[in-house]
Design a protein around this ligand. Structure first.
Ligand code: OAD
Length: 242
């Protein structure tokens, strides 16, 4: 039986989420059977090199993901995190950090979500010197790469591709929160992608309790967690967070 986590015992809580949190909303995870990286070649579709050499392949992946995310609804895992935020005492804080780009935490009502890997919902110019600001865009680009109306360069999704750094502000905010937290809760992530998978070590080095909620045991970092709860996040989180 799943026991509740005594959330009242913690003052600074960080929840790091991954694709497993959105599985019950009908969105594919990346790894494992049926995962996105079995349907799309990550190197050809999700790298900075791919964006330079064949941007339409990047856009086909992003269009596929936009099609799913645009109409997806938050599930009980997202809602349990919102419920936790709503019942925090004045002395407590919650920072939600996500590797997901689907925007479902915000759609559920979470505030101040740190998006480590960017957002599907926005497009920006690939030219770093262009003055075009990132803009909301749910268009699907499957036959032609869009171009910037200001400078003519390729437009790109506002997401982090492999070979790229995380947005510095998001990384810094996350690192600060992790160093200061006393509870680090990772949910629905395979704990395989750097640097997000390293945060649990930082949290433990600074004295936090580390808990994982995931369908399967992680490949790495098994020993670092104080507790591992195996099962679907949409069932376990509402129970664990009470
Ligand atoms: P993964 O696909 O690597 O891992 C998802 C994890 O969720 C797996 O360990 C599953 O067992 C678990 N899972 C599946 N369904 C679940 C459920 N209902 N409840 C709980 N857990 C469930 O996804 P991430 O760890 O998020 O980055 O991947 C991290 C990054 O790798 C992504 O942000 C993406 C990807 O490449 C970029 O594209 C930059």
């Amino acid at each position: 039986m799943t026991h509740r986590i005594d959330m009242a015992a913690y003052r600074r809580i960080v929840i790091l989420t991954g694709a497993g949190v959105s599985a019950a909303s009908g969105l594919d995870t990346f790894r494992g059977h049926g995962g996105l990286w079995r349907q799309f070649d990550a190197e050809a579709c999700a790298t900075a090199t791919a964006l330079r050499t064949d941007p339409l392949r990047v856009w086909r992946l992003i269009s596929f993901m936009r099609r799913g995310a645009k109409t997806a609804k938050p599930n009980p895992a997202h809602q349990a995190i919102v419920a936790l935020e709503n019942k925090l005492r004045a002395t407590q804080s919650l920072t939600v950090v996500t590797q997901n780009i689907d925007g479902l935490h915000q759609r559920a009502g979470s505030h101040g979500v740190i998006e480590l890997h960017g957002r599907l919902s926005h497009t920006r110019c690939a030219n770093p010197r262009c003055s075009l600001k990132p803009f909301e865009d749910w268009e699907l680009y499957e036959t032609q790469t869009p171009r910037c109306e200001k400078c003519g360069a390729v437009l790109r999704p506002d997401v982090v591709l492999f070979e790229e750094l995380l947005p510095p502000d998001a990384y810094r905010a996350c690192d600060d929160a992790v160093r200061a937290c006393d509870l680090f809760l990772a949910v629905g992530t395979s704990c395989t992608v750097h640097p997000a998978c390293d945060f649990v070590f930082t949290a433990k080095d600074h004295g936090a309790t580390a808990i994982l909620v995931n369908l399967e045991p992680p490949e790495n970092a098994v020993d670092v967690f104080d507790e591992i709860h195996l099962g679907p996040a949409e069932e376990l989180l509402p129970a664990l967070l009470g």
